[in-house]
Design a protein around this ligand. Structure first.
Ligand code: HEC
Length: 133
């Protein structure tokens, strides 16, 4: 009973999102598909996909990374940035596997059909969307 009451208080004042650095903005990418058909991917990539889906959906939709286009070095920077957010729950080894997955998926799926995906937004563009929502 006490625990439930505490959760309600935390949720009510936005404390939960503060604790986990939850993303509090809806990006265009969030509205796209939230699954990747990895049945044709090699086994290690299929297991890395599971890790990606569980770790990268903690603070925002999994659709966000699924529908964002980035170059290899941008993904590297981005996965590190996400890993280093407080309470990301992603360790170095997991971050490496996720990075390898997003780069493979970028080449296999996104680079072949770039129009279906969204370019990454700059921090300024994200701030602007936040102020409009
Ligand atoms: C600790 C919380 C957290 C975790 C875990 C997390 N993210 Fe994020 N992510 C954010 C925040 C915060 C933003 C910035 C936008 C915002 O302020 O809402 C963001 C934005 C993004 C964007 C949008 C980039 C852009 O500029 O358009 C992508 C792509 C992304 N994250 C990918 C990932 C991937 C891949 C993972 C897993 C490795 C991941 N995220 C895990 C918090 C997180």
């Amino acid at each position: 009973m006490k625990k439930a009451a505490l959760l309600i208080v935390l949720a009510g004042c936005g404390g939960v999102s503060l604790l986990s650095q939850q993303s509090n903005v809806v990006l265009p990418q969030d509205k796209g598909p939230d699954k990747i058909d990895v049945s044709g991917y090699p086994a290690p990539m299929q297991s890395a996909y599971k890790l990606f889906a569980s770790k990268c959906s903690k603070c925002h939709t999994i659709a966000r990374p699924i529908n964002t286009m980035m170059k290899r070095d941008e993904w590297e920077r981005y996965v590190k940035r996400m890993m280093h957010k407080p309470n990301s729950g992603i360790n170095d080894n997991q971050g490496k596997q996720i990075f390898e997955f997003v780069v493979y998926d970028q080449e296999q799926r996104k680079d072949k059909n770039p129009k279906a995906f969204f370019p990454a937004l700059s921090d300024e563009e994200i701030q602007k969307l936040k102020s409009q929502q």
